[in-house]
Ligand binder design. Structure first.
Ligand code: AMP
Length: 212
């Protein structure tokens, strides 16, 4: 079974699909956003710089994120993984090409600009177990208002999920995404899936892809 790289606008459903894949198969989910948030919590010299960059909606310098990624890949050894949030630009794609074997699919979960905005504004996370909810998608609403189904903790919005920052993050992504898609189209790795479909249908399509 191949590794998976998700390339999509924020809130396209990468996190939800990753969780379903981890639950059913033995993938390791590597979210570079999570790696960075962990780096912020670790309170090192870099933490402040990373937090400032993320909270403004900008991309963290390649050098920082490349290091975090390489360390994570070493840590998981040869296990299969899902890469969520990387590469974000062509130079990261080139870097990945150097450190990765050829066995991966790039999945583009396609949603449009306005949908990405609506979904992000309605996204809530549990700060304790990191489970992600969405108030605009019936299947992803918490059972009790604003309370995590699993650990009963109060849900919060991510700090960078406010409208102004969201617009910047989406603009950054749109700017870079097309050249990434062109790149993976050319090397034959790209598969596009409609991100508006029901999440079970999307999962089914990904499973079919993994059989190839
Ligand atoms: P995410 O959780 O994927 O939405 O990422 C949250 C934020 O982390 C992004 O808005 C960026 O500021 C930063 N980030 C995540 N992945 C990358 C990456 N591959 N390169 C640069 N910055 C990143």
């Amino acid at each position: 079974m191949k590794n998976i790289i998700f390339i999509a606008l924020p809130a396209a459903g990468k996190g939800t699909q990753s969780k379903m894949l981890v639950d059913k198969y033995d993938f390791i989910h590597i979210s570079t956003g999570d790696l960075l948030r962990n780096a912020i919590n670790a309170n090192t010299e870099l933490s402040l710089k990373i937090a400032e960059t993320i909270n403004k909606g900008n991309l963290v310098p390649d050098e920082i994120i490349n290091n975090l990624l390489v360390n994570k890949l070493k840590e998981i050894k040869n296990k299969r993984f899902i890469l969520d949030g990387y590469p974000r630009n062509l130079s990261q794609a080139h870097y990945l090409e150097k450190i990765l074997a050829d066995n991966y699919w790039v999945i583009n979960l396609k949603i449009d600009y306005q949908q990405a905005i609506d979904r992000i504004i309605n996204r809530r996370i549990c700060p304790k177990c990191n489970r992600v909810y969405n108030l605009s998608i019936n299947a992803l609403k918490p059972k009790k208002d604003n309370i995590c189904d699993i650990c009963q903790h109060e849900l919060v919005a991510r700090k960078d999920d406010n409208l102004e920052v969201v617009k910047k993050r989406i603009a950054n992504t749109i700017e870079n995404i097309q050249e990434l898609l062109d790149y993976y189209q050319k090397n034959g790795k790209l598969k596009t899936i409609n991100g508006n479909d029901d999440y079970n249908k999307i999962f089914y399509k990904i499973e079919k892809l993994l059989e190839e």
